[in-house]
Each structure stands twice: as structure tokens, then as C-alpha cells.
Design a protein around this ligand. Structure first.
Ligand code: M6R
Length: 369
């Protein structure tokens, strides 16, 4: 059932182009409009929502952090993202005009379930983004948008994450459509790009051998840092989480803009630092700032592992290792930028002799608080 792969995780990484395509299937019509019939929350409620709150744990939380950028940009509705385990114990402010999105692969995560129950008790509408048909979280929500990743067996979440992103993008675009906000050329371009993104993920997968070799060469390191900005920041967090749970290495993700507020003190000779570089097109200010960050850390001895778009030449002089990803619209970049980080963590775990599919101390679904 591992389909010829050594681990479920490898199989699930390889399945991502299909998982992404399946999650899009039937949800965009020929004219580029979103048709999310499952979102049974009436349009009036969606139009009147004055706040979106996303609750999730672990990797699903990282998908939520990325969704915030898309939701706020495309809909102009304020969006908060919170760890489900923190959410309900701090007396959050919710009401009838709050739309809560609960993201969960398994649909059984206790912290997320408790948070959504709390939200519904306060009168908020809850929409689940979930991969498991008929599980508890969708059953207890007002509506559900299923991700069609297929069963995810490896404890480390990979294809579920990419499909959670796709579902959140669709939802953000749909909210924009229903509310008539920002429904212009940009959104059409994004919809067109989403339709091709499975092929782009496939292209990334085809070029992963150097990433595997690099991972093997780092097997005796103790620490790896990850930097990103904008949607690349949650990607950095996700890369670090994968490395912790699979390779049992100290790994941390930082917002690159925070470097000089503390983390740069960690940089020392030969420390591997993975940098997720925003597109040089679009938000080019951020691109230029991160190129300066790469220079700064390299001047202090870091070994820079740079993930940058094809055609981005500015990073070349400062990259000890360069990983190319296809050019995508800024907000969609996590769909391609996360893949090398998954492969990196999986290979490091293997090189360190760890059990890839079933890391120590972890369970696939966390059904206790
Ligand atoms: O099933 P869920 O999406 O609710 O699970 C949430 C987290 O437990 C999960 O993403 C966890 O962080 C993964 N092991 C990460 O790879």
C-alpha cells in the first residue's frame, strides 16, 4: 500500500499534485467563478461577517496563518489566526457576525473541536476545512469544505497541508466573490494559476535530488534555522516543524524582519539557515529586504540554503545552496515553496536513522487535550 515507496510520507509527498488537483475539482466553473456548493452558510451571513477567526493546531495552524494573508487581501475582512489550544482559554470575543474556520486533517483533534464548540456557543458560524469525511469536526460545524487529499497515513502532514491551502484560497476567493470585493483581474489571474498549480508542484518534485543530497550532508548538525517573510514566514514555521518532528533536530522558523530583534545572535559559523525568498515581482520591497538579510547572515558565517523563484538572479551570489521553485502569484507561493522543505525533513530523518512515518512520541491525530 506504500505504492513502491519506502515510506508513506514519500508516497504522500509524491501524491501532492493530484491531491491539489482533486481539491480544486468541480469548484471553479468555465468562466473562472467559484462554485462552493458545500458552503451551506447563506450568502447573507457571509456578506455580513465582520471578522474571520481561524482555529487549528500544528501544520493546519500554519495553513491558517497563510490563509490570513489571502483572506485579508482578497476580502478586506479582518482575520485572526489562533492555536486552538490557546483560543478558548482566553475568553475570545465572538458574535453572530464572526465566521470561524476550523482547519483539521483528521477532523478529530480535541483542541480544535473544543475551540469550535466554544465558538458556536458564542453564536459564531463555524466552517470546517477537513480531510476526513464524516469526522467529528465537520459533523459539529455549520458547513464543511472538504480537502480531497485522500487518506494521510504518515504522522507528518504533507498533502493535507497543501490541500488545506488550496481550500483556504478557494474560500477566500469565494468570500471575495460573494461580497463583491476585489473581484477583478487579480483574482481571475489567481484562479487561472491555481488551475495549473498541480503541474508546478510536480515540477518541483522532479528537481528534488540536490535537496536530498544536501539533507544527507547535514545529518550531523544540531540546529537548522528557517527564515521567511509575508506568506513565506508560515512556510518557514512549517519547515521547522517538519524538521523537529521527523529529524528530532532543533529547528526554528523566524520572520526575517525579526532577525535584528534577537535571532541574528544565533548565527554562527556553518549554521544552516533556510531562507524562503518572496517573489521579486509583485512585492519586490520584501524581496530586496530578504536579500539583505541573506547577506547579513552569510557575512556572519551562516550556510545559506535559499529557496527562490526561477529567474531570481539577485540571490545567486549569496546562496551556498540554491533551490529553485516556479514563479507563482505571491500568495500562492507556499504551495511550491513548502515541498522542498518536506523533502528535506524526510531525507534528514532517514539519514539520521529515524522512523519516518511514525516519529517518536507523536500520534497521527491528537484526541486528547
Ligand atoms: O488532524 P489535524 O489537522 O487537526 O492535526 C493537527 C496537528 O496535530 C498536525 O498538523 C500535526 O502538527 C502534524 N503531525 C504536523 O506534521
Amino acid at each position: 500500500e506504500k505504492g513502491g515507496y519506502d515510506y508513506f510520507m514519500l508516497k504522500e509527498i509524491a501524491e501532492q499534485p493530484k491531491a491539489v488537483a482533486d481539491t480544486l475539482l468541480g469548484r471553479i466553473d468555465g468562466s473562472g467563478r467559484l462554485t462552493l456548493d458545500e458552503v451551506r452558510i447563506p450568502d447573507t451571513v457571509l456578506r455580513e461577517a465582520d471578522k474571520v477567526v481561524i482555529i487549528a493546531c500544528g501544520t493546519a495552524f500554519h495553513a491558517g496563518l497563510i490563509a490570513k494573508y489571502a483572506i485579508e487581501h482578497w476580502t478586506r475582512i479582518p482575520c485572526e489566526v489562533e492555536l486552538a489550544s490557546e483560543f478558548r482559554y482566553r475568553d475570545p470575543i465572538l458574535g453572530r457576525r464572526t465566521l470561524v474556520i476550523a482547519i483539521s486533517q483528521s477532523g478529530e483533534t480535541m483542541d480544535t473541536l473544543m475551540a469550535l464548540r466554544h465558538a458556536r456557543e458564542q453564536g459564531a458560524k463555524v466552517l470546517a476545512v477537513c480531510n476526513t469525511n464524516g469526522s467529528t469536526i465537520p459533523r459539529e460545524s455549520d458547513a464543511v469544505l472538504y480537502t480531497h487529499a485522500g487518506p494521510e497515513v504518515a504522522v507528518a502532514s504533507t498533502k493535507a497541508f497543501l490541500t488545506q491551502l488550496v481550500a483556504c484560497y478557494l474560500l477566500a476567493l469565494y468570500l471575495g466573490q460573494v461580497r463583491g470585493t476585489k473581484w477583478g483581474d487579480e483574482i481571475h489571474a489567481v484562479v487561472r494559476e491555481l488551475a495549473r498549480i498541480g503541474d508546478e508542484v510536480e515540477r518541483v518534485l522532479e528537481t528534488m535530488e540536490p535537496v536530498r543530497a544536501l539533507a544527507r550532508s547535514l545529518a550531523d548538525k544540531n540546529t537548522v534555522l528557517f527564515l521567511g517573510r509575508h506568506v513565506g514566514y508560515p512556510v518557514a514555521l512549517e519547515g521547522a516543524l517538519k524538521l523537529k518532528e521527523l529529524a528530532y533536530m532543533h529547528a526554528e522558523g523566524f520572520a526575517a524582519g525579526e532577525l535584528k530583534h534577537g535571532p541574528i545572535a544565533l548565527i554562527e559559523e556553518d549554521l544552516p539557515v533556510v531562507v524562503v525568498v518572496p517573489s521579486p515581482r509583485g512585492r519586490s520591497v520584501l524581496h530586496d529586504k530578504i536579500v539583505s538579510n541573506i547577506q547579513e547572515i552569510r557575512a556572519r558565517g551562516a550556510r545559506t540554503i535559499v529557496i527562490a523563484e526561477e529567474g531570481d538572479e539577485a540571490v545567486v551570489p549569496y546562496a551556498d545552496h540554491l533551490v529553485r521553485i516556479p514563479a507563482t502569484p505571491t500568495l500562492l507561493q507556499p504551495l511550491v515553496a513548502t515541498v522542498p522543505l518536506q523533502v528535506f525533513a524526510c531525507e534528514l530523518a532517514t539519514a539520521r536513522g529515524n522512523e519516518v512515518d511514525q516519529p517518536r512520541n507523536l500520534a497521527k491525530s491528537v484526541t486528547v487535550e
